[in-house]
Design a protein around this ligand. Sequence first.
Ligand code: TYD
Ligand code: MG
Length: 455
Amino acid sequence: MAKAKTTGFFCKECGFESAKWAGQCPACHTWNSMVEEPVGKKDSSRHMLPGVRKAASHPVRLSEVSIEEQDRMSTGYRELDRVLGSGIVAGSLVLVGGDPGIGKSTLLLQVCRNLAAGNHKVLYISGEESLKQIKLRANRIGSITGELLFLCETSLEDIEEAIRETKPWVVVIDSIQTMYREDISSAPGSVSQVRESTNILLQIAKGMGIAVFIVGHVTKEGVVAGPRVLEHMVDTVLYFEGERNASYRILRGVKNRFGSTNEIGVFEMQEQGLTEVENPSEYLLSGRPEDASGAVVACSMEGTRPILLEVQALVAQTNFGMARRTAAGTDYNRVNLLMAVLEKRCHYEMSRYDAYVNIAGGVRMNEPALDLAIVLALVSSLKDRPVNPRCIIFGEVGLSGEVRAVSMAEQRVREAVKLGFEACILPQVCLGKMKKVEGIQLYGVWNVREAIGLI
Ligand code: TYD
Ligand code: MG
């Protein structure tokens, strides 16, 4: 008799399951992503907790569904609430991803502290750190009051038990990669463990109306380790990013069933934990050299919020045949394209120069509205002539050197006025559609040549 198959092959990217190995996943076409893992019990995904009531198993009208105000809880941080879509939704499953050491545990511990102080029962489950380590961190972020319970556990069966007993409002699972189910024989962190563990947490969240935060580590490629199915299963995916050596962190929503995904939240890591940065523009522009060539202030929209930042360029004669180009904080190919536009449409011999473009402060911004600022920073550095430091610049640049319209021009201009800017170079198309803004001189331009003439 043939032996029953105990292992199968899973795609690390999308979770596709197959009986044989393949070099390329047939489902998502990723190369070299199939790994061999023991096959769990087939009925594992249908696992139902005894204490969990199945939500709405009979069809209802939407008008019968009541939405209560308390269904959304504030985290105590406006920056985080906005990214979540105005607070935590009861029964939601939120995945927080990020590089190790970026501050995921710190952020969630601080959120737990705020919730506990607001008379909510919170359960923080750590599979990575001991209670002593958590206490050391808690001491740094300040005193904890109210019902904030801690549990160091990695077995999901025990975690279910604890959740059913304590009935908290919010549960934090510190790292899904450390959790395991005993009835699945593969190691913690493997595709099937991560998927099945999330499945259970999903049932806990939906069935008991508990908001569950899951911490997920990211791989070298920057996606949450484990199968991509994890992202499909949860309601909200947030990435916590930032430079290791810079102190501020950006929380970015990449998926949100309860709000917009364009929002970002800005935090700063300090000795006593994370603090909110309410005015990121001021923060990003602080310490700016006033009359250096190659530095211009641009405006990027992050969701509904305009953020002013400094674009820097350094253009220097190349010593080798091949010019060097780098772009930090923005898209490298975009910078190459803009240099080609300068070369072809404005007749600057950019190929004879090395060019380094940087968004000051280590943030990553990819909005096309930065194009015009990058172009003018390059020209300013090439000519070694500083641009008026009280002038902001935004606009998308097209391949024929035209300056195209960008969205929400008026908000951008208002933000600039708020921070004391006196002049603004913007697409003429936007200027035509805008209401008048007091206290700032507006210059509309049709193309790059016109903008260069202005500075
Ligand atoms: P942590 O939350 O442990 O990161 P993650 O859970 O994402 O791996 O963050 C640890 C880092 O934050 C560590 O480098 C120390 C730093 N930190 C501070 O600078 N101040 C603080 O108050 C705390 C708690 C941590
Ligand atoms: Mg951690």
